[in-house]
Design a protein around this ligand. Structure first.
Ligand code: PLP
Length: 392
């Protein structure tokens, strides 16, 4: 039987860029010890206090269908949090609760793109972006950012790509680069969106993980409120990746349509998860800082280790749980280096090429193992790179 173009062309049949990751997992299943610095998941689990609230809520009976837009309390709590953090007046009518940020990304593109419209996204990109845009029926068009610009997007490149485009997807703090977009960058991006009449879809799921600089939500920039959809999530800020709880913040009329979409797709998020999310958000910045602290610590460890050598370059590590390392002096590309590192030292990292072409010759290192093992692995990566470059 024939399948739809939309489903068969989602990833355009190409490699999904996760070859090193799968190989590492295979080695582990065969009993080998592998240091995994690949996926973006905390090495701690959801806080026991959040789990206790989840259990209490479930035992109290919140296991039936929940309100599709999200419970009033969670929508209000998310709205208040956004208002506090950005200064932008936000009410529950601006919020749709979704099963994680991924589902919010999909819903946002369905909301603004008609079939065949162009949705822009930036390279390097979070692995699902092009497939999400295609899944919404749109044409995914990539705009390059450059290592020389520390992967800050340039408005002139976005402008040059925007013929026929209806939306632009950005992500700051950024996965995979760890870069936080500056005010100057975001103001220039916002200006293009206004001039080219683009929707701005702003993925801010790492907004609590900022080590250097300030997170600015472009929804708060002049004349951006009506054209910005913000993607948020409990996954990274509260180590609740498996709970699948996120949101879209946007204009009430758009949210109204997206609620209709949710009724016909996800049918909402379980009530006991939403109650746990309210509890977690009300625990405030203290809990968020505690969850972010290991990455802040490891980023400092990494800066010290990298400062003591001169082969591997570091893209300014300003936020999120990743380091983007420039290994071009070794003469290998990211994929070659990552495979050789796995074979020689049983350390698994993501090749930059897994995230598009802009990060070729780089590797992404997730700071998601305990400090001592992390520091040891990073030292090994630096020594390995130095050996390769001196043998050229
Ligand atoms: N956006 C970015 C940039 C991510 O890195 C991730 C997950 O890694 C997501 C969105 C999706 O997160 P979730 O669906 O768990 O909220």
């Amino acid at each position: 039987m024939k399948l739809s173009q939309r489903i068969t062309q989602l990833t355009q049949g190409g490699s999904d860029g996760w070859g090193v990751f799968y190989r590492a997992r295979r080695m582990i299943s065969e009993g080998q010890a592998v240091t995994e610095l690949t996926i973006g998941e905390h090495d701690i689990r959801t806080d026991p206090s959040i789990l206790a609230e989840m259990e209490l809520s479930a035992r109290q009976g919140h296991t039936g269908y929940a309100m599709v837009p999200g419970t009033e309390l969670l929508r209000e709590t998310v709205a208040a949090r956004i208002q506090t953090r950005t200064g932008v007046n936000t009410t529950r009518d601006n919020i749709l609760i979704t099963p994680g940020g991924q589902s919010a990304l999909f819903a946002a593109h369905v909301a603004v793109c008609d079939p065949g419209d162009v949705g822009l996204y930036l390279d390097p990109y979070y692995a699902t972006y092009p497939g999400t845009i295609r899944g919404a029926g749109a044409v995914a068009r990539v705009v390059q950012t450059k290592a020389e610009d520390a992967f800050q997007p340039r408005a002139d490149r976005i402008d040059a790509a925007s013929e026929g485009a209806v939306s632009l997807l950005i992500n700051s703090p950024n996965n995979p680069t760890g870069v936080v977009y500056s005010r100057q960058t975001l103001e220039a991006v916002a200006e293009v969106c206004r001039r080219r009449d683009l929707w701005l879809i702003s993925d801010e799921v790492y907004d609590t993980q900022v080590w250097d600089g300030t997170h600015i939500s472009p929804r708060a920039l002049p004349d951006m409120l009506a054209r910005t959809l913000v993607i948020g999530s409990m996954s990274k800020s509260h180590a609740m990746t498996g709970s699948r709880c996120g949101w879209v913040a946007g204009p009430p009329d758009v949210i109204e349509h997206m609620i209709n979409l949710a009724t016909h797709t996800t049918y909402g998020v379980p009530g006991f998860i939403q109650d746990a999310a309210v509890f977690a958000l009300n625990a405030g910045p203290e809990l968020e800082n505690r969850i972010a602290a290991p990455f802040r610590r490891r980023r400092k460890l990494a800066m010290d280790i990298l400062a003591a050598q001169n082969t591997v370059g570091l893209i300014p590590a300003q936020g999120a749980m990743y380091l983007m390392l420039d290994i071009r002096p070794t003469g290998l590309n990211g994929e070659g280096f990552a495979n050789a590192l796995l074979d020689t030292h049983a350390i698994a990292v993501m090749p930059g090429e897994s995230f598009g072409q802009a990060a070729a010759g780089h590797i992404r290192v997730a700071m998601t193992i305990d400090d001592d093992r992390f520091a040891a692995a990073l030292r090994t990566i630096c020594c390995f790179a130095a050996e390769l470059s001196s043998g050229r």
